[in-house]
Design a protein around this ligand. Structure first.
Ligand SMILES: Nc1nc2c(ncn2[C@@H]2O[C@H](COP(=O)(O)OP(=O)(O)OP(=O)(O)O)[C@@H](O)[C@H]2O)c(=O)[nH]1
Ligand SMILES: [K+]
Ligand SMILES: [Mg+2]
Length: 416
C-alpha cells in the first residue's frame, strides 16, 4: 500500500496546520525532513529541511503501526498554520514518492487494519457531521463501539443456540431424530426480541441523525416567510404584501435546544394560473408531506390540506387579531418553538443505537432468518442460525463491507 499524506486541519491560516502521513515509509519521510525521531509518541521540536531549504520549525510525532489511528506507521507534523508552509512540505513529500490521500482514506485504512469496525467508521462520519448536542451523543455511542458490542452479544447467543442444534444432529439415532433442546428456542426468542427492539428504534434514530424538518404551510400572505425570518432572527426569505411571493422552498437550519431542526418556508397554498406559482405550490405540498411536522399558519388558525396528528395549528398576525402568534413582533414565537421542541423531543425519546439503513437491513435479515417454525428439521434450523450469525457480522462490516466503501469513506473530508 502507498504511503499517503494529507493536511488534517482545515486549509487556511491558523495557529497550527497538521499534516498526517501514513504507511510503510512514514518514518523515513519524517526523518528526511526532521532528522532522527527516535522515540514514538513523543513530541520533538525540529527544523524541517528539504535538502538545503529550511521550511519551518515544527513539532513532530511518530506512531508505531500497532499504536496509531490507521494501524500503519504514522507521522504527524504540526506546522505553523500557513498555506505556503503546508504546500512546501507537501511538495517535499511528493518528491519522496508519497501520494495525497483521498477523502476518508486514513479511516478506511483504520477499518481495513481492524482498528475500528464499520459501524464505528459510520459513527465517526456522523460525529464529524454532527451539528447539535443530540446528534453528537448519538454519534459518540456508535463510534465508541456500542454497535459492535451489541452484535457480539447477539452472535454469542446464536453460536450457543447453533451448538445445541448441531449436537442434536450429531447424536441423533439414525431412525429416531433427536429433538432440538428447548433451550435453543429460548435463546433464539431472546435474540429475536433484542433485534426487534433495536430495529423498532431505527426510524426515530435515523430521523435524529439526519435532522428533523418542520414545514410552515398556509395560504398566501399568511405571514409564513415573516415567521421564518423571526425564527432565524435574520432576513432569510423575501416578504411582501403580494400574495404568491414565495415559490421555492427556503430552508433555515437551527439548533433547537440540542435538536437539529430545519424549518421550511413554502409557497402559499392556492390554485393558481401562474405556472411557476403552481410549481411552487406542488413543491410546497411535497416537502410538507415529507416533513416530520407541519406548522399550519393562517388568519383563522385552521387546518391546511395534508394535516396529520401532531401538527401544530397557529393563528397568524396576533398583533392584528389579538390571538395566535406574530411573525412581525415576535409575540408567541417562543411558545411556538417550545411546542415544536416538545413534539420532536417526544419522538427522539425513542432513539436507540442503529441509525443507518445498512445496519437496519442486516438486523431485518437476521430477524427474518430467525422466523423458525417448530418441527423444522435440525439441519434447517442450524442453517437459519448460521444466516443470523452472518448478518450480525455484516452489521459491523466483518463481511460484505466492500460494497459500502465508497458511500461511507467518501463522506469524510480529505485528511480523515
Ligand atoms: N401585522 C402583521 N403583518 C404581518 C405579519 N406577518 C406577516 N405580515 C405581513 O403580511 C404580508 C405577507 O407576509 P409574508 O411573510 O410575505 O407572507 P407569506 O405567507 O410568506 O406569503 P406568500 O409567500 O406570498 O405565500 C407582508 O406584508 C407582511 O409584512 C404579522 O404577524 N403581523
Ligand atoms: K407574500
Ligand atoms: Mg412567503
Amino acid at each position: 500500500m502507498d504511503t499517503i499524506f494529507a493536511e488534517a486541519t482545515p486549509p487556511g491560516r491558523g495557529g497550527v496546520s497538521v499534516i498526517r502521513v501514513s504507511g510503510l515509509r512514514a518514518r523515513e519521510a519524517l526523518e528526511y525532513l526532521a532528522g532522527e525521531v527516535a522515540e514514538a509518541r513523543r513530541g520533538y521540536l525540529r527544523t524541517l529541511r528539504d535538502g538545503d531549504d529550511v521550511i519551518d520549525q515544527a513539532l513532530v510525532i511518530r506512531f508505531e503501526q500497532d499504536a496509531s489511528f490507521t494501524g500503519e506507521s504514522v507521522a504527524e507534523l504540526q506546522l505553523h498554520g500557513a498555506p505556503v508552509i503546508v504546500q512546501r512540505v507537501e511538495t517535499a513529500l511528493l518528491s519522496l514518492g508519497l501520494r495525497r490521500a483521498e477523502a476518508g482514506e486514513f479511516t478506511k485504512r483504520a477499518f481495513i487494519n481492524g482498528r475500528m469496525d464499520l459501524a464505528e467508521a459510520e459513527g465517526l462520519s456522523d460525529l464529524l457531521a454532527a451539528e447539535t448536542e443530540a446528534q453528537r451523543k448519538l454519534a459518540m455511542r456508535a463510534t465508541s463501539g456500542e454497535i459492535g458490542q451489541f452484535s457480539e452479544r447477539m452472535r454469542a447467543l446464536l453460536i450457543r443456540a447453533g451448538a445445541l442444534v448441531e449436537a442434536s444432529i450429531d447424536f441423533a439415532d439414525e431412525d429416531v431424530p433427536e429433538d432440538i433442546p428447548a433451550e435453543t428456542f429460548q435463546l433464539l426468542a431472546e435474540v429475536r426480541a433484542e433485534l426487534e427492539r433495536v430495529l423498532a428504534q431505527y426510524p426515530a434514530t435515523e430521523r435524529l441523525r439526519q435532522g428533523y424538518e418542520v414545514a410552515i404551510i398556509g395560504p398566501p400572505n399568511a405571514g409564513k416567510s415573516t415567521l421564518l425570518n423571526q425564527i432565524g432572527k435574520r432576513k432569510v426569505a423575501l416578504v411582501s404584501d403580494i400574495a404568491g411571493t414565495t415559490r421555492d422552498v427556503i430552508e433555515l437550519r437551527t439548533d433547537l435546544k440540542g435538536l437539529p431542526v430545519t424549518f421550511l418556508d413554502t409557497a402559499g397554498l392556492r390554485e393558481s394560473d401562474d405556472q411557476v406559482e403552481a410549481m411552487g405550490v406542488a413543491l410546497a405540498q411535497e416537502r410538507a408531506d415529507a416533513a416530520d411536522l407541519r406548522i399550519h399558519l393562517s388568519p383563522d388558525g385552521g387546518k391546511q390540506a395534508g394535516f396529520r396528528d401532531g401538527d401544530l395549528l397557529v393563528r397568524a398576525k396576533s398583533d392584528l387579531s389579538g390571538a395566535g402568534i406574530s411573525g412581525l413582533t415576535g409575540e408567541g414565537v417562543a411558545d411556538l418553538l417550545e411546542s415544536v421542541y416538545s413534539v420532536l423531543r417526544m419522538r427522539s425519546s425513542g432513539v436507540g443505537l442503529v441509525s443507518h439503513l445498512r445496519q437496519a437491513d442486516a438486523l431485518r435479515r437476521a430477524v427474518s432468518s430467525l422466523e423458525i417454525e417448530r418441527g423444522l428439521l435440525p439441519e434447517f434450523v442450524a442453517e437459519k442460525i448460521r444466516q443470523a450469525i452472518h448478518e450480525m457480522s455484516s452489521m459491523v462490516g466483518k463481511i460484505g463491507a466492500e460494497e459500502y466503501f465508497d458511500e461511507i469513506f467518501s463522506s469524510f473530508c480529505i485528511g480523515k
